[in-house]
Design a protein around this ligand. Structure first.
Ligand code: URA
Ligand code: SF4
Length: 186
């Protein structure tokens, strides 16, 4: 089994897709090596690219606040993204970039063996191979699935930038995170 440190060092020098050309820093992810909860976002943004750390910009602050509201310690989780390098102008990562980066995610999952994987939004679903017409079909409940030979429990909610922008969605986001807290606590 590959260690998280070894996966991170490969990510930092990775050139498997074109996102390597425009990144300042790859962002492998951070947190506890035996975290109960593995959180998957979309892609690094400007601040993440500057610092090499996940979710340190505005959506990160919003996410931190909501995790705290439901009693999830961010430092007890491991938090990463579907792609580890920032897409130019923060565009959505392409399917081929998510495909190229998936082995790192798979390595992180196998190493951490979380009780639950929390996928934030559409790119996280894409990286997990979860298909739907509308996100509401898969959002808000625990799903058991097999992912490249790994048995995993997955919970999908919005990417935090969505409730951050649309206030009317914040209650649903909070309800989802409360369910996540209950699932990792029992
Ligand atoms: N949005 C993400 O999806 N990931 C980050 O790391 C930051 C913002
Ligand atoms: Fe490698 Fe992933 Fe960065 Fe692409 S996004 S260069 S696959 S680490």
């Amino acid at each position: 089994m590959e260690s998280l440190e070894s996966i991170s060092s490969k990510i930092i020098s990775c050139k498997l897709c074109d996102l390597c050309k425009s990144r300042k820093n790859a962002v492998p992810g951070e947190g506890k090596s035996n975290a109960y909860l593995l959180i998957i976002g979309e892609a690094p943004g400007r601040y993440e690219d500057d610092t090499g750390r996940p979710f340190v910009g505005m959506s990160g602050k919003f996410l931190n606040k909501y995790l705290e509201m439901v009693g999830i310690e961010r430092s007890e989780t491991f938090i990463t993204n579907a792609v580890k390098c920032r897409p130019p102008n923060n565009r959505k990562p392409l399917d081929k970039e998510i495909d190229a980066c998936r082995p790192y995610l798979l390595g992180q999952m196998s190493s951490i063996k979380p009780k639950l994987i929390l996928g934030l939004g559409t790119s996280a679903c894409n990286s997990l191979g979860i298909k739907y017409k509308h996100l509401s079909e898969v959002r808000g409940r625990k799903m058991h699935m097999e992912f490249y030979g790994l048995e995993v429990d997955v919970f999908i909610t919005f990417h935090p930038s969505f409730p951050m922008r649309f206030k009317s969605q914040r209650d649903k986001f909070l309800e989802d995170l409360k369910k996540v807290k209950a699932l990792i606590s029992d």
